[in-house]
Design a protein around this ligand. Structure first.
Ligand code: NDP
Length: 331
């Protein structure tokens, strides 16, 4: 699910919401995952009076996982929803104005920066923190949708632990799939890596790791036809051999989709530099974008780690960078 809609067709440079009611704020934060809320906690405690819009998926991607067991400080684990409710409460406790609403267009060519919310109003901000996250891509099968959270996952690091000793499959041939498959091989009895091409796209080093992992079997030139299961969850996957057309069933209880993520950066692209995939580029070691006073944190700028804890850390950086920006620019 996309956190933020693509740019409004009417929103061109310098025109975002020109005819709409306008409100002025000091710091605007877009996104309500760990990055957005951590930025809010720090910004609020620094008296920057942040306003945070939650986006389409309040709480972000963590609300789609079950138990989070790798976030430091929760020895018994915590559900994604509970953690995000806590983060929201903590941000509000220090005065963050948390609101429902989706950013639909931006104009970052002039200060204050203009962000259109729900196509209805414009919020003008002295500084903007982009924490709009990324969305995992799925195959688009009906059965995949049916078993989401019941055997189908897009995050091995989040959910792999629940499949200890079981047989699972990972689909994808890039670095993410290779990493997730080798990670799962350390937990599971058997891992099938389903690759639609006759080769892996992953880096050479990752390919070597995949090929040298004994309980990891790569099924080249195989396409997922259907994920099968019952009321208990997934119990198999039907694959088609792309070369011969032959169908094969593998008995698995976990199906991990690792075919890439799409950063939610479309509405910023006219102004903010991104890489070829769409991840926002930040100055290394900071949250600074190419536009002064606009900062990015969390998965929208992170193609590598994509963890709740790293997102939270980068949210903290964005708030501190914002504070320094105000000091240095005497805003
Ligand atoms: P990629 O876009 O690199 O790879 C996606 C993979 O999924 C490809 O093998 C692609 O197949 C396959 N795929 C896409 N759609 C489908 C589909 N519908 N059915 C089956 N297979 C499909 O995404 P990644 O997330 O792997 O990597 C993104 C970027 O992040 C890369 O630049 C990668 O190097 C980087 N990365 C780096 C890491 C690291 O350095 N530690 C870790 C993880 C990612 P096909 O090849 O046929 O197109």
């Amino acid at each position: 699910m996309e956190l933020f809609k693509p740019m409004n067709a009417n929103a061109g440079k310098g025109t975002a919401g020109a005819d709409k009611p306008t409100e002025r704020v000091r710091v605007l934060i877009l996104g309500s995952g760990p990055a957005g809320y951590t930025a809010a906690i720090y910004a609020a405690r620094a008296n920057l009076s942040p306003v945070l819009y939650e986006g389409i998926q309040p709480g972000g991607q963590l609300t789609t996982t079950t138990e989070i067991e790798n976030f430091p400080g929760y020895p018994q684990g915590i559900t994604g929803n509970a953690m995000m409710a806590d983060l929201k409460q903590q941000a509000q406790r220090f005065g963050t104005d948390v609101r429902f609403g989706i950013a639909t267009a931006t104009d970052l060519s002039v200060q204050p920066y203009r962000v259109t919310i729900d196509d209805e109003k414009v919020v003008e901000a002295d500084a903007l923190i982009i924490a709009t996250g990324a969305t995992a891509k799925y195959l688009g099968l009906e059965s995949e949708e049916r078993f989401k959270g019941q055997g189908v996952s897009a995050c091995a690091t989040c959910d792999g632990f629940f499949y200890r000793g079981k047989d699972v499959a990972v689909v994808g041939g890039g670095d993410t799939a290779a990493e997730e498959a080798t990670y799962l091989a350390g937990l599971c009895n058997k891992v099938y890596l389903i690759v639609r091409k006759p080769f892996l796209r992953a880096s050479k080093a990752m390919q070597e790791r995949v090929m040298s992992t004994p309980n990891l079997e790569v099924l080249f030139e195989h396409v997922t036809k259907e994920i099968v299961g019952d009321s208990m969850g997934v119990n198999g996957v039907i694959l088609t051999n792309a070369r011969t057309g032959e169908e094969v069933r593998k008995d698995i209880t976990g199906f991990f989709v690792a075919i890439g993520h799409q950063p939610n950066s479309d509405i910023f692209k006219p102004w903010i530099d991104t890489d070829e995939v769409g991840y926002i580029k930040t100055v290394p070691g900071t949250s600074k974008t190419n536009v002064a006073g606009v900062f990015a944190c969390g998965d929208v700028q992170d193609p590598h780690y994509r963890q709740a804890i790293t997102a939270a850390g980068s949210g903290c950086m964005a708030a501190i960078d914002t504070e320094r920006y105000f000091l240095e620019s005497k805003h």
